[in-house]
Design a protein around this ligand. Structure first.
Ligand code: HEM
Length: 303
């Protein structure tokens, strides 16, 4: 298995997510950037000891075909998008995803600037989301987010491609979606009602019992025992000026069908629920799929 990118490292207090499109004829510049990225990260990170600066770089399906002539990860395809009766998960453009994370925002910002400089004239940054750790690892709905992520070997098995695709073993399929929360309607709910939407208690983060937990709660819809396991690295983001409050959803999986099935259940419903009730308070405004190759893939790209 190739050495994975730092997908399994713990969540950091700061992150920047950059989604980039590559211009027509921008392929050579993008390829050079990908080849130089490990060195760029070292240059920025080494000057900032203790920053823990890391960058997970992922490539979309169409971009893969434009950039490389060799083999392609077996399950790599565009984000399909999902439309339920009430809520939609749109498809938005993206050729490359840079998931930059560190202990401090300055380290993330410095690397983001270098990436932007290197892409100038050959690509566009179509989304920049600055994520932050909110207190007690809560999202902006006030609930602790990430508790039921797998740990240790289980996390590696959930996130990393194995011998089913030996060329890309150690890589990971990635889905990102930017969700905006309607905090006014959310805050109009009592805490007990909010707990029924999520399926866990708000203050101390325990899962509700089967008897208490509605079938359309977020946790019931995304039951990992039933669907399979993913590694989530969600981060809150927001602007008080724009009244924008959101969750940047990012999932890593060894098979994109698992997070896609979760989205089918959330948007189109399950046998027992019309849709995930979290969607009444959270609107997906982006949706893009990528593949994060093993770290060794970038080291092997010609300079
Ligand atoms: C669980 C928040 C979107 C998959 C949770 C939990 C929270 C949460 C608070 C409970 C604690 C935990 O185990 O992490 C959110 C928010 C979202 C969002 C605020 C955006 C509005 C999604 C999406 C997916 C997803 C789009 C999948 C496509 C899961 C899974 C669990 C979970 C698999 C764990 C279920 C379990 O095994 O108990 N989420 N989530 N979430 N969420 Fe989300």
């Amino acid at each position: 298995m190739g050495e994975p990118q730092p997908i399994l490292d713990p969540l950091t207090p700061a992150a920047i997510f950059l989604v980039v499109t590559i211009d027509e004829d921008g392929e050579a510049v993008a390829r050079d950037l990908l080849a130089d990225l490990p060195g760029l990260r070292r240059s920025v990170g080494f000057r900032m000891p203790g920053s823990g600066l890391a960058c997970i770089t992922s490539i979309g399906s169409a971009a893969w075909d434009r950039l490389f002539s060799g083999p392609k990860p077996a399950q790599l395809h565009e984000f399909p998008g999902f439309a339920g009766e009430r809520h939609r998960a749109p498809v938005t453009p993206g050729d490359l995803l840079f998931h930059i994370k560190a202990e401090n925002q300055d380290a993330c910002f410095e690397l983001a600037m270098k990436i932007a400089e290197r892409l100038a004239g050959a690509g566009a940054i179509v989304d920049q989301t600055v994520g932050f750790r909110y207190f007690e690892q809560r999202d902006l709905l006030g609930f602790v987010d990430g508790t039921e992520n797998p740990e240790g070997q289980l996390a590696a098995t959930a996130a990393l491609v194995g011998e089913e695709d030996p060329e890309f073993a150690g890589g990971s399929y990635v889905i990102v979606q930017k969700y905006l929360h309607d905090l006014n309607s959310w805050k109009a709910l009592s805490t007990t009602e909010q707990e029924k939407v999520i399926g866990r208690t708000k203050l101390d983060d325990f899962e509700l019992s089967d008897a208490e937990k509605p079938a359309n709660s977020h946790v019931a819809v995304n039951d990992q025992d039933e669907i399979g396991t993913i590694v989530r690295a969600n981060m809150p983001f927001g602007s008080v000026q724009d009244g924008e409050f959101g969750t940047y959803y990012i999932a890593y999986a060894d098979d994109p069908a698992i997070p896609e099935n979760m989205l089918i259940r959330m948007f189109l419903g399950t046998a027992d629920a019309a849709y995930d009730r979290i969607l009444d308070f959270s609107t997906a405004v982006t949706g893009t799929s990528f593949f994060a190759p093993p770290a060794t893939f970038f080291e092997a790209l010609p300079d």
